[in-house]
Design a protein around this ligand. Structure first.
Ligand code: PEP
Length: 253
């Protein structure tokens, strides 16, 4: 089965209104294969501006706006949080959840991530669910156990059927922002494990769920990674801040 291919930009806490303009102008003439979608995820203050700028540039409907996080609560006394309805007001369609920086720096647990995935799905947003092992965990041959432990709470919370509306991003923590990329074979083997993990519960869902690779993807290594059977695109950090390089990566998908 042909799955949707997605290239998502995670700007993290970087970017500016200038980059919003530059990126939307840059993406306006991007030629994408039919089944490829591009999602740009800036920090919250830039979401509405990016939506407006993409509309202004008449960018393809295959280019969407995503957020980097959302509150698990609907509204109320949660200072500093952003709700799903606020994201929808900015015409956001995707939301990155469980990024390793959220898990390690902000101590988000897999249970909390699972609640956020449910909140996002209930609001009609597509969660980009990040999972990945640390270097120590890979060395200790715990990668599969760690990934299973990150996936299972989400499956328990929302049910496997809803994975047809979820995108998974496999991001080995040791490869994020370090310049160390998993080799295409290593990434493929882990993606295959993730797909098998889902397939053991529901084969059809496993065949449909896009699994993106993230971790120091750049213009040079993207093609080899994207050509792997179980890699359905990428979640791009540093290289997504350079418009020309990001476009090369989108075109390789
Ligand atoms: C990320 O932050 O999701 C990421 C993959 O970053 P980088 O591409 O910079 O490794």
């Amino acid at each position: 089965m042909k799955r949707q291919t997605i290239v998502a930009a995670n700007w993290k806490m970087n970017g500016s209104f200038g980059l919003v303009t530059e990126m939307s102008q840059g993406l306006a003439d991007l030629q994408l294969a039919n089944d490829v979608s591009v999602v740009v995820c800036p920090s919250a203050p830039f979401l509405a501006a990016l939506t407006d700028a993409l509309e202004h540039e008449k960018a393809s409907e295959h280019i969407s706006v995503g957020a980097q996080n959302v509150s698990e609560f609907e509204q109320g006394a949660y200072t500093g949080e952003i709700s799903t309805s606020m994201l929808q007001a900015c015409k956001v369609q995707y939301v990155i959840l469980g990024h390793s920086e959220r898990r390690s720096i902000f101590k988000e647990t897999s249970t909390q991530v699972a609640h956020k995935v449910k909140t996002a799905l209930d609001a009609g947003l597509v969660p980009i669910l990040c999972i990945g092992e640390s270097e120590a965990q890979r060395t200790a041959e715990q990668t599969e156990t760690v990934l299973a432990a990150q996936l299972q709470p989400v499956i328990d919370e929302v049910g496997i059927e809803r994975f047809s509306h979820i995108v998974i991003a496999y991001e080995p923590v040791w490869a994020i922002g370090t310049g160390k990329t998993a080799s295409p074979d290593m990434a493929q083997a882990t993606h295959q494990f993730i797909r098998k993990f889902l397939a053991d519960i529901d084969k059809d869902i496993a065949a449909k769920t896009p699994v993106l690779y993230g971790g120091s993807v750049n213009a040079k290594n993207c093609e080899a990674l994207f050509s792997q059977t179980d890699i359905d695109g990428g979640l791009i950090g540093g290289a997504s801040l350079k418009v020309d390089e990001f476009k090369v990566i989108c075109s390789a998908a």
